[in-house]
Design a protein around this ligand. Structure first.
Ligand SMILES: Nc1ncnc2c1ncn2[C@@H]1O[C@H](COP(=O)(O)OP(=O)(O)O)[C@@H](O)[C@H]1O
Ligand SMILES: Nc1ccn([C@H]2C[C@H](O)[C@@H](COP(=O)(O)OP(=O)(O)O)O2)c(=O)n1
Length: 219
């Protein structure tokens, strides 16, 4: 029997990670935040003075990236970088290294290894299109750019970071444009994905909708 996978793809701050983690907890499934891998690569490059477009060096580093994920803690070379990878400039850097085909290829198997019984919930940009094209349920999550900027702004303020909502919206829109325009694994809704616009939904409502699609497919 193939191990079930639920994929959530979509633009920045649409709520993918929040919904995916909740769905995974509710079903007792594993959870993969694929964006964290791209963020780790960006942080690694920034810390080691590797240019964000140095494809050969970054692809090589991706294969043996000394990173671990355990109980919500992300470590790079043994150091807890869970907060560091969430910084806005690391998100922008992640979107830049994510255009490199060799780096994406180097991360592919690493992501597929997360497909473990009893199942996996994963979020990113190409989970349903490239990494798990045979996923049981595919969801494309969206929200208006203004609502997404508001959410990211609130997240940063709650963490005690200074943030300007207009700057955030501009960064988000630039990042989405780059993620959607790249030739390899661009951000786009698959024909077989369920569309979920969360602009006017609560987290509970979004989670309930994904679980309903899962139950319809699994039974
Ligand atoms: N309906 C909703 N669905 C998902 N997240 C929401 C919703 N409403 C508000 N949020 C909030 O939006 C913020 C951004 O969500 P996050 O999961 O980090 O997005 P992404 O992984 O797409 O970047 C979180 O603080 C989350 O609680
Ligand atoms: N499967 C993925 C996941 C992320 N990326 C890239 C593109 C995104 O702009 C960055 C950061 O992704 P992440 O999901 O962590 O970002 P957000 O939380 O949605 O703002 O990584 C990707 O190309 N493919």
């Amino acid at each position: 029997m193939t191990i079930p996978v639920i994929t959530l793809d979509g633009p920045s701050a649409s709520g993918k990670g929040t919904v995916a983690a909740r769905v995974a907890a509710s079903l007792g499934f594993h959870y993969l935040d694929s964006g964290a891998l791209y963020r780790l690569m960006a942080l690694y490059a920034m810390r080691n003075q590797i240019a964000l477009d140095h494809e050969a060096r970054l692809a090589m580093a991706a294969v043996r990236l000394p990173a671990t994920f355990a109980e919500g803690v992300v470590k790079l070379e043994g150091e807890d970088v869970s907060d560091a990878i969430r910084a806005e400039e690391v998100g922008i850097g992640a979107s830049k290294v994510a255009v490199l085909p060799a780096l994406r290829a180097a991360l592919l198997q690493r992501q597929r290894d997360f497909r473990q019984a009893p199942g996996l919930v994963t979020d990113g940009r190409d989970m349903g299109s490239v990494v798990f094209p045979d996923a049981t349920v595919k969801v494309f999550l969206t929200a208006s750019a203004a609502e997404r900027a508001r959410r990211r702004h609130k997240q940063l303020i709650d963490k005690g970071e200074a943030a300007n909502i207009l700057q955030i919206q501009q960064d988000i829109e630039e990042r989405d444009a780059r993620d959607a325009a790249r030739p390899v694994a661009p951000l786009k809704a698959e024909a077989d994905a369920h569309m979920l616009d969360t602009t006017d939904l609560t987290v509970d409502q979004a989670v309930a909708q994904v679980l309903a699609w899962w139950r319809n497919t699994a039974n």
